[in-house]
Design a protein around this ligand. Structure first.
Ligand SMILES: [Zn+2]
Length: 308
């Protein structure tokens, strides 16, 4: 072979090998997703609005391109619920994709809500759009790139990826999913929920839920060793009021059904549920690191849970 062709072949081999073994998501696409979902044009993705529908279609398109399986037309589980605040019945839409496992009938359910609170009063700067960049375009972006990763590298357990709607109105999408789940509920090994994973000044990401399932703690400690952000355990002690995050996001609906959960999220920050929860205020590097850290945790869980 000509030297240049040899070098080119070696180079391509290295790239292909690296991609096959690198357990990480596509950084560039991760940031593209969070930027898109939190843009002013999507007006805060409130359940029942035209812009929430645009976000849903974006997620559906991504799932379609990955070739994910599903149990619903257009990957979409429609559900109805009574909104007390609006005094009427609303329709919510979860987006659900599925990657069958190679060895186990058990299912890991990965969730992140894509809805947010929409438009409200203008702040001092005249901004009335609650963009929900950290809450929870961040978790949705991570869910999309993880779904892509597992569509290319199937796990031993099956994984159901659910971008949930109606979280901000009382975990409605999660409640709908567990009350009409496409499999027996006891096939669910655990729920892994992501809600607010793109910023923390101390470089810390909380993992809540291991109080109820201490056997998961060692697995997560091992998977996160030496990695950024720093994984902190806590916010799951019963009787500690708002410090206990057990029912603070979609994992709460799984907890109510007796299903183990692990919730990844950061401590509340100054822009939480404000107009200023915008793309410019997230920390892209934190989001990339957090997503890859959670991916490592899922990969470790996938290896270890089967042995039990
Ligand atoms: Zn949230």
């Amino acid at each position: 072979m000509h030297l240049r062709i040899k070098l080119l072949t070696a180079f391509l081999f290295i790239i292909v090998t690296f991609q096959a073994f690198s357990q990480s998501v596509d950084d560039r696409k991760l940031i593209k997703h969070i930027a898109y979902l939190s843009a002013d044009e999507l007006k805060g993705r409130k359940t029942g609005t035209e812009e929430n529908e645009i976000a849903r279609k974006y997620i559906v398109e991504e799932f379609k391109n990955m070739g994910l399986n599903t149990f619903y037309p257009e990957f979409t589980e429609e559900f109805r619920f009574q909104s007390r605040r609006e005094g009427k019945t609303l329709i919510g839409k979860n987006v659900i994709g599925f990657v069958p496992g190679t060895e186990s009938k058990k299912i890991i359910v990965v969730t992140a809500h894509f809805d947010h609170v929409g438009i409200g009063k203008a702040n001092a700067e005249g901004d009335s759009i609650f963009n929900g960049a950290d809450d929870n375009a961040s978790g949705t972006a991570a869910l999309l790139e993880m779904a892509k990763y597992f569509s290319q590298n199937p796990s031993k357990h099956s994984i159901l990826f659910a971008a949930l709607d109606g979280e901000e109105m009382g975990l409605q999408g999660a409640k709908a999913l567990v009350s009409d789940f496409p499999f027996e509920l006891d096939q669910i090994a655990l729920n892994i929920n992501m809600d607010m994973i793109s910023r923390n000044e101390k470089g810390e990401l909380y993992v809540s839920g291991t109080y109820h399932h201490p056997e998961l703690r060692a697995i997560l400690e091992e998977a996160s060793k030496g990695k950024k952000p720093h994984l902190k355990f806590g916010h799951d002690l019963p009787g500690t009021g708002s410090d206990d995050w057990t029912k603070s996001s979609d994992h709460g609906a799984f907890f109510e059904k007796g299903i183990p959960h692990i919730y990844f999220g950061v401590e509340d920050h100054e822009d939480y549920h404000k107009q200023s929860d915008e793309f410019k205020n997230i920390d892209p590097e934190f989001l990339i690191d957090a997503t890859n850290l959670i991916l490592s945790c899922i990969l470790r869980i996938d290896e270890v849970l089967l042995k039990e």
